[in-house]
Design a protein around this ligand. Sequence first.
Ligand SMILES: [Mn+2]
Length: 245
Amino acid sequence: MTLRRPSVIGITCTELQPEQADRPPRIGQNQSYIRAVSRAGAAPLLIPHITDEPRLRALYGRLDGILLSGGEDIDPAHYGERVHEKCRTIAARRDETELMLARWAMDEGKPLLAICRGIQVLNVAQGGSLYQDIQAQIPGTERHDWYPGYPRNHRPHTVTIAPGTRLAGIVEETSMPVNSLHHQALKKIAPGLVVTACAPDGIVEAVEADNHPFAVAVQWHPEELADNDPRAQHLFDALAEACQQ
Ligand SMILES: [Mn+2]
């Protein structure tokens, strides 16, 4: 058996809200992502917000795979809309950084796992659009923003997964309960992406690229389930596996 070098997977960061007024601006990310990537045998690397293309490119070049994480709302200008009153925090430097990473990974076939905000970044990067607030913009939908006040592994709805998709192969299910920590959702699906899972109310919960070695995106938060649920951990395992190809 040949020992292989562990893959390096870049995890994008969120802008941390200062608890005290005198705290400087900081970035970081939930340790659940780091645990899930580590458990998959890969080395996690937190990616700061770098909007200078050559320098971000230098960092990107050293990564075997990308994990687009959850967080703020994307500036609707990136999909040609004005800011809706229910749109929440926007992080301009994060938008710019992640849209570049997503486009490069899609163009060049670098393995990509996109979670929550990540599925939205991937869709917008490829020319899709978003509902800026599910409750305000889509009548008759169920609640999807189960935060704060609920555990992050609370599973309020199921997803139906299309058989034969990469996602179905990874989680080995065609229906399963998931957590739901989002108030936005995919609207127009970008060219090159296919919907692979939906909630009972029709909200798109997963997409993947049909012409890419590994570009899988989910609207739920598998990193918050992966400590106890192999179906969630398998998404990170599959990303790490793709990075070794
Ligand atoms: Mn949901």
